[in-house]
Design a protein around this ligand. Structure first.
Ligand SMILES: NC(=O)c1ccc[n+]([C@@H]2O[C@H](COP(=O)([O-])OP(=O)(O)OC[C@H]3O[C@@H](n4cnc5c(N)ncnc54)[C@H](O)[C@@H]3O)[C@@H](O)[C@H]2O)c1
Length: 283
C-alpha cells in the first residue's frame, strides 16, 4: 500500500460515493485530507468517523463552481495542514435529455460542476502545490462517457471529455514546476449511495445489477477500484506518468457491442454475408 505520511490531499465532491472512499483510503495511507461537498451532514460524518479512527480529515462546504468558495477551500487546507500535495476532482452533476431537449440551464449546470469546477480547483490548488516545494499530483475523475457516447447525456459526456484536455494542459504547462496531472476513466461503479438511489427508484432493485454482462471481467466496478487507481497516480510510483488517462472499466471499452448478437442474429448475419459473396462470385 502507498504511504502518504506528511502529504495533504484535497478531494472535491466527496461526502458520499466514490469520493468518500477516496478520502478514506488517503487517510488510511497517512495523508491529511480536506474534502468539500454540498452535503454537509454526510461530509461532517465522514470526517468525524475518520478522526475517531485516528485519521486527519476535515470537511468544508464548498461549491466547486464558485471561484470564491474554491479559493477559500484551498486556503483552508493550507492553513490547517501547512501544505497541499494532491488534488482529486471528483464532484459531479448530470442531466438526462437529448441535445435538442436539453435546457441551457442544465447544460451550464453540468459543465459548471464537472468541468469549470475542475478548472477552478486546479487553478487555486496549483500555486499552493508549487509553494509547498515538492511538486503535486492532480487527478481528474472522468468517465467512459468521455470515450463513447451514452445516449441522452450530451452535457455530462462533453464535460467528461473536456477533462482529458484540461489534464493535458496542466501536465504540459506545470510539469516543469513538478505538477503531474492525469485522468481516471471509470466504467460503471456501484457504491452504497448508488444502490440506495436505485432502491428509491424501484421497490425491487434487480439482482445482480444490470450491465455486468457488458464487462469482460464479469462485474461492475467498486469505489475501491477507482480509489486504488487514484492513490497509485498520486504516489511516487507514478512519478513519470503525466498528461494521460487510466481506464478503470473492467474492459468495457475494449470491445464493440456487436459481440452481444445472439446466436440466432449471428446466423442471420452469416447467411446474409454468404449470400452477398455468392452473388458477387456469380456476378
Ligand atoms: N458511479 C459511476 O458509475 C461513475 C462512473 C464513471 C465516472 N464516475 C465519476 O466518478 C465521480 C464520483 O461519482 P459518484 O458515483 O460517487 O457520484 P456522486 O453523485 O455519488 O458523488 C459526487 C459528489 O459531488 C458532489 N457535488 C455535486 N455538485 C457539487 C458542487 N457544485 N460542489 C461540490 N460538490 C458537489 C455531490 O454532492 C456528491 O457528493 C464523478 O465525477 C462521476 O462522474 C462515476
Amino acid at each position: 500500500m502507498e504511504n502518504f505520511d506528511g502529504k495533504v490531499a484535497l478531494v472535491a465532491g466527496a461526502a458520499q460515493g466514490i469520493g468518500k472512499v477516496i478520502v478514506q483510503k488517503f487517510a488510511e495511507a497517512g495523508a491529511a485530507v480536506v474534502f468539500c461537498d454540498l452535503l454537509d451532514d454526510e461530509g461532517e460524518k465522514v470526517a468525524e468517523d475518520l478522526r475517531a479512527q485516528g485519521g486527519r480529515a476535515l470537511y468544508q462546504r464548498a461549491d466547486v463552481s464558485s471561484p470564491q468558495a474554491v479559493e477559500s477551500l484551498m486556503q483552508h487546507a493550507v492553513q490547517n495542514y501547512g501544505r497541499l500535495d494532491i488534488l482529486v476532482n471528483n464532484a459531479k452533476a448530470d442531466a438526462w435529455d437529448r441535445l435538442t431537449e436539453l435546457a441551457l440551464e442544465d447544460w451550464n449546470r453540468v459543465l459548471a460542476v464537472c468541468l469549470t469546477g475542475s478548472f477552478l480547483c486546479a487553478k487555486y490548488a496549483i500555486p499552493h502545490m508549487i509553494a509547498s516545494g515538492s511538486g503535486g499530483a492532480i487527478i481528474n475523475i472522468s468517465s467512459v462517457h468521455a470515450l463513447v457516447a451514452y445516449s441522452g447525456s450530451p452535457a455530462y459526456d462533453t464535460a467528461k471529455a473536456g477533462l482529458l484536455g484540461l489534464t493535458r494542459q496542466i501536465a504540459a504547462d506545470y510539469g516543469p514546476e513538478g505538477i503531474r496531472a492525469n485522468t481516471i476513466i471509470p466504467g460503471r461503479i456501484v457504491h452504497e449511495d448508488l444502490k440506495k438511489r436505485i432502491a428509491r427508484l424501484s421497490s425491487t432493485p434487480p439482482t445482480p445489477l444490470p450491465f455486468s454482462a457488458y464487462y469482460p471481467v464479469g462485474r461492475l466496478g467498486t469505489s475501491e477500484d477507482v480509489a486504488s487507481a487514484v492513490l497509485y497516480l498520486a504516489s511516487d510510483s507514478a512519478q513519470f506518468i503525466t498528461g494521460t488517462e487510466l481506464v478503470v472499466d473492467g474492459g468495457l471499452t475494449t470491445r464493440t457491442q456487436e459481440w452481444r448478437l445472439d446466436n440466432h442474429s449471428r446466423r442471420r448475419w452469416q447467411r446474409w454475408w454468404e449470400s452477398q459473396n455468392k452473388a458477387k462470385d456469380e456476378g
